[in-house]
Design a protein around this ligand. Structure first.
Ligand code: DQA
Length: 149
Protein backbone atom coordinates (compact mmCIF):
# COMPACT_ATOMS: atom_id res chain seq x y z
CA UNK A 1 0.00 0.00 0.00
CA UNK A 2 1.23 3.50 -0.88
CA UNK A 3 2.07 5.46 2.27
CA UNK A 4 1.72 9.24 2.49
CA UNK A 5 3.08 11.62 5.12
CA UNK A 6 0.97 14.80 5.40
CA UNK A 7 2.82 17.68 7.07
CA UNK A 8 1.04 20.81 8.26
CA UNK A 9 3.24 23.81 9.02
CA UNK A 10 3.09 26.68 11.51
CA UNK A 11 -0.18 28.24 12.68
CA UNK A 12 -2.26 25.58 10.96
CA UNK A 13 -3.10 24.19 14.41
CA UNK A 14 -5.23 27.35 14.78
CA UNK A 15 -7.35 26.68 11.69
CA UNK A 16 -11.01 27.36 12.33
CA UNK A 17 -10.27 30.42 14.45
CA UNK A 18 -7.41 31.81 12.32
CA UNK A 19 -8.60 34.30 9.65
CA UNK A 20 -11.59 32.11 8.60
CA UNK A 21 -12.40 34.50 5.74
CA UNK A 22 -9.09 33.39 4.15
CA UNK A 23 -8.55 29.86 5.42
CA UNK A 24 -12.13 28.67 5.93
CA UNK A 25 -13.93 27.51 9.04
CA UNK A 26 -12.63 23.93 9.25
CA UNK A 27 -10.34 23.01 12.14
CA UNK A 28 -7.16 21.01 11.57
CA UNK A 29 -8.96 17.99 13.08
CA UNK A 30 -11.73 18.42 10.46
CA UNK A 31 -9.13 18.57 7.68
CA UNK A 32 -7.31 15.51 9.01
CA UNK A 33 -10.64 13.63 9.13
CA UNK A 34 -11.33 14.56 5.48
CA UNK A 35 -7.80 13.42 4.55
CA UNK A 36 -8.29 10.08 6.35
CA UNK A 37 -11.66 9.52 4.62
CA UNK A 38 -10.27 10.30 1.14
CA UNK A 39 -7.17 8.16 1.76
CA UNK A 40 -9.40 5.21 2.69
CA UNK A 41 -11.40 5.73 -0.49
CA UNK A 42 -8.22 5.79 -2.60
CA UNK A 43 -6.60 2.87 -0.78
CA UNK A 44 -3.70 4.97 0.57
CA UNK A 45 -2.17 4.80 4.04
CA UNK A 46 -1.82 8.26 5.53
CA UNK A 47 -0.24 9.89 8.57
CA UNK A 48 -0.90 13.56 9.44
CA UNK A 49 1.50 15.65 11.53
CA UNK A 50 1.75 19.36 12.40
CA UNK A 51 4.70 21.44 13.58
CA UNK A 52 5.07 25.11 14.35
CA UNK A 53 8.84 25.05 13.91
CA UNK A 54 11.12 24.81 10.89
CA UNK A 55 13.25 22.13 12.58
CA UNK A 56 10.15 20.15 13.49
CA UNK A 57 9.02 20.14 9.87
CA UNK A 58 12.49 19.08 8.70
CA UNK A 59 12.51 16.22 11.24
CA UNK A 60 9.12 15.05 9.89
CA UNK A 61 10.44 15.14 6.31
CA UNK A 62 13.45 13.06 7.40
CA UNK A 63 11.15 10.64 9.20
CA UNK A 64 8.97 10.26 6.09
CA UNK A 65 12.01 8.85 4.33
CA UNK A 66 11.94 5.78 6.62
CA UNK A 67 8.41 4.64 5.73
CA UNK A 68 6.50 6.88 3.27
CA UNK A 69 6.32 6.81 -0.55
CA UNK A 70 5.21 10.44 -0.89
CA UNK A 71 4.83 13.66 1.08
CA UNK A 72 2.00 16.18 1.05
CA UNK A 73 3.15 19.38 2.70
CA UNK A 74 1.67 22.76 3.57
CA UNK A 75 4.77 24.61 4.79
CA UNK A 76 2.52 27.63 5.60
CA UNK A 77 4.64 30.75 6.25
CA UNK A 78 7.88 28.79 5.66
CA UNK A 79 6.80 28.33 2.03
CA UNK A 80 8.09 31.79 1.30
CA UNK A 81 11.32 31.75 3.33
CA UNK A 82 12.75 28.31 4.03
CA UNK A 83 15.83 27.16 2.15
CA UNK A 84 16.23 24.47 4.84
CA UNK A 85 12.82 22.90 4.11
CA UNK A 86 13.55 23.11 0.36
CA UNK A 87 16.85 21.29 1.01
CA UNK A 88 15.15 18.64 3.19
CA UNK A 89 12.53 17.92 0.51
CA UNK A 90 15.28 17.50 -2.08
CA UNK A 91 17.40 15.40 0.27
CA UNK A 92 14.78 12.70 0.86
CA UNK A 93 14.33 12.04 -2.87
CA UNK A 94 10.63 11.28 -2.64
CA UNK A 95 7.79 12.99 -4.51
CA UNK A 96 6.27 15.86 -2.54
CA UNK A 97 3.13 17.82 -3.35
CA UNK A 98 2.78 21.33 -1.93
CA UNK A 99 -0.66 22.34 -0.73
CA UNK A 100 -2.18 25.66 0.29
CA UNK A 101 -5.67 26.33 1.61
CA UNK A 102 -5.72 29.79 0.04
CA UNK A 103 -4.76 30.73 -3.50
CA UNK A 104 -1.39 32.22 -2.59
CA UNK A 105 -0.94 33.68 -6.09
CA UNK A 106 -4.05 35.81 -5.58
CA UNK A 107 -3.19 37.05 -2.08
CA UNK A 108 -2.41 40.78 -1.77
CA UNK A 109 0.97 40.30 -0.05
CA UNK A 110 3.73 40.07 -2.68
CA UNK A 111 5.82 37.77 -0.47
CA UNK A 112 3.18 35.05 -0.78
CA UNK A 113 3.60 34.92 -4.56
CA UNK A 114 6.95 33.16 -4.32
CA UNK A 115 7.33 29.59 -3.05
CA UNK A 116 10.86 28.44 -2.24
CA UNK A 117 9.66 25.03 -1.10
CA UNK A 118 7.46 24.48 -4.18
CA UNK A 119 10.59 24.28 -6.31
CA UNK A 120 11.43 21.00 -4.53
CA UNK A 121 7.96 19.52 -5.19
CA UNK A 122 6.46 17.71 -8.17
CA UNK A 123 3.43 20.02 -8.12
CA UNK A 124 1.30 22.41 -6.16
CA UNK A 125 -2.42 22.68 -5.32
CA UNK A 126 -3.71 25.95 -3.85
CA UNK A 127 -6.98 27.71 -3.22
CA UNK A 128 -9.44 24.89 -2.51
CA UNK A 129 -9.36 24.94 1.29
CA UNK A 130 -9.80 21.38 2.66
CA UNK A 131 -10.15 20.03 -0.88
CA UNK A 132 -6.56 21.15 -1.63
CA UNK A 133 -5.47 18.23 0.58
CA UNK A 134 -7.91 15.67 -0.82
CA UNK A 135 -6.95 16.70 -4.37
CA UNK A 136 -3.31 16.23 -3.38
CA UNK A 137 -4.12 12.67 -2.30
CA UNK A 138 -5.63 12.11 -5.75
CA UNK A 139 -2.41 13.46 -7.24
CA UNK A 140 -0.46 10.90 -5.20
CA UNK A 141 -2.76 8.15 -6.49
CA UNK A 142 -2.21 9.47 -10.02
CA UNK A 143 1.58 9.28 -9.56
CA UNK A 144 1.25 5.74 -8.19
CA UNK A 145 -0.96 4.68 -11.13
CA UNK A 146 1.65 6.13 -13.52
CA UNK A 147 4.32 4.08 -11.68
CA UNK A 148 6.06 7.29 -10.62
CA UNK A 149 6.20 6.30 -6.94
C1 DQA B 1 -0.92 29.02 3.60
C2 DQA B 1 -0.51 30.29 2.84
C3 DQA B 1 0.73 30.91 3.47
O1 DQA B 1 1.09 32.09 2.76
C4 DQA B 1 0.44 31.29 4.91
O2 DQA B 1 1.61 31.80 5.52
C5 DQA B 1 -0.14 30.18 5.70
C6 DQA B 1 -1.12 29.28 5.07
C7 DQA B 1 -2.21 28.41 3.03
O3 DQA B 1 -2.46 27.25 3.31
O4 DQA B 1 -2.99 29.10 2.35
O5 DQA B 1 0.13 30.04 6.89
O6 DQA B 1 0.11 28.05 3.43
Amino acid sequence: MIKVMVIHGPNLDLLGEREPEIYGSCSLADINAAIAAEAKLLGLEVRCEQSNSEGGIIDLIHEARTWANAIIINPAGYTHTSVAIYDALRAVRMPAIEVHLSNVAARPEEFRHRSLTGAACVGMIAGFHTASYTLALRAVKHLADQAQL
